[in-house]
Design a protein around this ligand. Structure first.
Ligand SMILES: [Zn+2]
Length: 500
């Protein structure tokens, strides 16, 4: 932060002022968790996360409110066909559950983390990050069945009656109201929940899930397959990242070879109907084209629009300009005029409550020559004004938007007198375009997707990995995605997932 400040003081310099992406302000309660890379985001599917202090009979009403609050923090993944597919699989299980009259609702969260969870009142959430690693409708049903099990066995209520710790309640509140990193929030949810619920309750949910699978015509063994998928993730994370074992308590809670778990599966088989049941659809077809990873997390440019997922904003630079993102700043300039005219943007933590003008003068240390133009993009206080000292430039314009605890500063300069008024208008338009990121933006900013292809003779995960857009451990990633970790290879004719 010090380095950043001192560089900012070089007002008038023609070198675009490099500024660091500031860290997202994080509630203290979340800050002890290291940030995770998407491919390390292993969470047990019963990170069954939402622990909300509600009484059982109030679940239905308050569940909806919690749902609305949740999706404000964790946008849903918008794919009608996939959502409908998941809903139909979920309803098939819900109908044969211990509480078929609950109004179960199924949502996909637009997060690359591998997780699923249930909230009181029948709200079931699956992250798209988990969907990418599943291969069959039975496995999807296993995930949903486990979560329905938590709802149908009233685990949320039991949790409450055991006296929800104030720590958990406080954490949930912090997540629902705070501006913390979504992935980390889910992470924490999971940890608290798993440690709070413990093995007995998770086994109960597995047992219920296995029964529902059998009654609905799915293979109860898919429960074990899902656990294997998560186990492989754990091994991979440890191997490639030399990471400490994921803390979620996942595999102490869900050992694949757990005798009781296998006993549960055996019992479930006894309940299977002899009639074959047609699957709802093709799982692999349904996830073909699923968004992969979180490319917009640390900022991404598409056309002249800049998206920042973690900081949750979108801003439009002038049409036709070149926009480049780097770890220190975003730089936009007209094509072929890189050294003549530019707008640079950085983010910086706001130390105390202040107006945009105070931010420019006191924190950026830039003296202003005019009153400037006050703006209010998406409700945020903003200002575009002229600096008193343009240095060697014809003009130095400064724009600021204050969002939460961050000041977004725009610095526009030109060496051509003829460009001054045009640049002023452009900077005002850029600042005015600043807004919160919406679910549809997340969708637009996603360029990398899961693609289902037929393996050809000679294809290996090594060759497919090289042809994919995966930049880290592509071979291992593809094995994980296709259930072939650690040593399997595709067979010609198999439908396999790759990432493009
Ligand atoms: Zn669970």
């Amino acid at each position: 932060m010090m380095r950043l400040r001192s560089r900012l003081r070089r007002v008038g310099s023609h070198i675009p002022v490099p500024m660091l992406h500031i860290p997202v302000p994080t509630p203290a309660s979340l800050s002890h968790k290291p940030a995770r890379r998407p491919w390390l985001g292993v969470l047990w599917l019963c990170g069954c996360a939402l622990v909300i202090a509600l009484t059982t009979n109030a679940y239905a009403d308050k569940g909806e409110k919690a749902h609305l609050e949740l999706i404000e923090q964790m946008p849903l993944y918008e794919d009608q066909t996939l959502s409908e597919y998941i809903r139909r699989v979920g309803q098939r299980l819900a109908r044969v559950s211990d509480m078929p009259d609950v109004n179960y609702r199924f949502s996909i969260i637009n997060s690359p983390d591998i997780n699923a969870f249930a909230a009181p009142g029948g709200w079931i959430y699956v992250n798209r990050g988990l969907l990418a690693y599943l291969e069959t409708e039975d496995q999807l049903a296993a995930v949903l069945g486990h979560e329905i099990g938590h709802v149908a066995l009233k685990h949320h209520g039991r949790r409450k009656s055991r006296a929800t710790t104030s720590k958990v309640a406080a954490t949930v509140m912090a997540i629902l109201t705070g501006s913390g990193d979504v992935a980390r929030a889910v992470d924490l949810y999971g940890a608290e929940w798993v440690s709070g619920f413990g093995r007995e309750t998770e086994l109960e949910a597995d047992e219920a899930g296995a029964r529902y699978l059998a009654r609905a015509g799915y293979d109860p063994y898919a429960m074990v397959e899902v656990i294997q998928i998560l186990k492989d993730q754990e091994i991979f994370s440890k191997k490639v990242a030399n990471a400490a074992p994921t803390y979620h308590g996942v595999f102490s809670t869900h050992p694949k070879n757990d005798k009781r778990l296998h006993g549960i599966i055996e019992q479930a088989y006894a309940q299977m109907s002899n009639e074959g049941v047609e699957p709802v659809g093709s799982f692999l077809e349904s996830i073909d084209g699923l968004a992969w990873g979180n490319p917009a997390a640390d900022g991404i440019v598409k056309d002249s629009r800049y998206y920042h997922g973690n900081m949750g904003f979108v801003v439009d630079f002038p049409k036709g300009w070149e926009v480049k993102d780097s770890p220190v700043r975003v730089l936009a300039h007209p094509r072929a005029k890189a050294n003549v005219t530019f707008i640079a943007m950085i983010g910086q933590g706001v130390e105390e409550e202040m107006t945009p003008r105070e931010f420019i003068e006191d924190q950026l240390n830039i003296e202003l020559a005019d009153e400037g133009v006050a703006l209010e993009p998406d409700g945020f206080p903003a200002l575009v004004a002229t600096a008193a000292n343009p240095g060697a430039s014809e003009v130095l314009l400064v724009g600021v938007v204050l969002k939460d605890a961050t000041g977004f500063a725009f610095r526009a300069e030109t060496r051509e007198a003829a460009d001054v008024e045009g640049l002023r208008e452009k900077l005002q338009a850029v600042v005015a375009s600043f807004r919160r990121m919406q679910a549809s933006d997340l969708q637009e900013a996603t360029t990398t997707r899961v693609k289902v292809v037929e393996a050809r003779p000679g294809d290996t995960y090594s060759s497919l990995g090289r042809a994919s857009t995966l930049d880290r451990f592509p071979e291992e990633q593809l094995r994980l995605l296709n259930g072939d970790f650690p040593h399997g290879e595709p067979r010609a004719g198999d439908l396999i997932k790759t990432v493009q």
